[in-house]
Design a binder for this molecule. Structure first.
Ligand SMILES: [Fe+2]
Length: 254
């Protein structure tokens, strides 16, 4: 299994706080059935700055240690990039990096809203053949209030990634139901752990996939894993047409 979103690298952000914690997180990931993880420390979110070279060094060190310890897991380079206006300039200067240096970039919004320059930035990323993957849209207030905004961003070339904890109800029943609805209606394209530690934000991706299979069937889960492989290997992925009906979604919320 492939995980495209994890805070497994030590001492870079609010994820792992030490090499030993990273190794424990790696062991837990393997228990969940994961053998490949894209490390995505926060970048430019107002608190953490983790430019490409720093992440690259950390990935190299952790992979060496994983080999020494005989843990069957490989870590790949990535970032979880908070959307900001000068992102393209930083991409040109290699200060930011895509997921395993592919055409896919993991981006996050502030939790309260979608920045007003997002549509324009997605368009400009598209010109550079970069596909933004929106991290955990189910936790964004503006998207929760108006899911058609997510649909618009997907129609503008974006993809979206739901978090394992959300599917399992870790952020409450409303977010759980909303997440399941996004997966069911092709408004999500990936499931990922977004693991931060071993305690309140552990890796539960295997359990989340199981829940997804029980509720939505094997096709959705298999497609999500196939999509994750496409990201890691830098292939194009098949985008299903989102199912959208305002009446249906209002009925759901009602
Ligand atoms: Fe994250």
């Amino acid at each position: 299994m492939i995980d495209i979103h994890s805070h497994i690298l030590p001492d870079l952000d609010d994820g792992s706080t030490s090499l030993s914690e990273s190794l424990e997180m790696a062991r837990e990931a393997v228990k969940q059935g994961i053998h490949k993880i894209i490390a995505t420390p926060h970048h430019a979110n107002g608190t953490y700055l983790n430019e490409t070279s720093r992440v690259e060094q950390s990935v190299h060190t952790l992979n060496e240690e994983l080999q020494l310890q005989g843990i069957p897991l490989t870590v790949y380079i990535g970032q979880e990039i908070r959307l900001y206006r000068d992102l393209l300039e930083d991409l040109d200067h290699s200060r930011i990096v895509t997921l395993n240096r592919s055409k896919y970039m993991l981006v996050e919004f502030p939790s309260s809203h979608i920045p007003n320059y997002t549509d324009e930035l997605f368009h400009e990323l598209g010109i550079q053949k970069i596909t933004p993957i929106i991290a955990h849209p189910e936790r964004n207030q503006e998207i929760k209030e108006n899911p058609s905004r997510l649909l618009e961003l997907i129609e503008k070339g974006g993809l979206s990634q739901v978090t394992a904890h959300s599917i399992l109800g870790g952020f409450g029943k409303t977010i759980q139901a909303f997440s399941m609805n996004l997966c069911k209606n092709h408004l999500a394209h990936f499931l990922a752990s977004d693991a931060h530690n071993l305690t309140n934000r552990p890796c539960v991706l295997g359990q989340a996939y199981q829940t997804l299979r029980e509720n939505l069937g094997n096709d959705v889960a298999d497609l999500f894993q196939q999509n994750a492989r496409c990201v890691l290997e830098d292939h194009s992925l098949l985008k299903e047409i989102p199912v959208w009906s305002r009446r249906k979604w209002f009925k759901f919320w009602g």
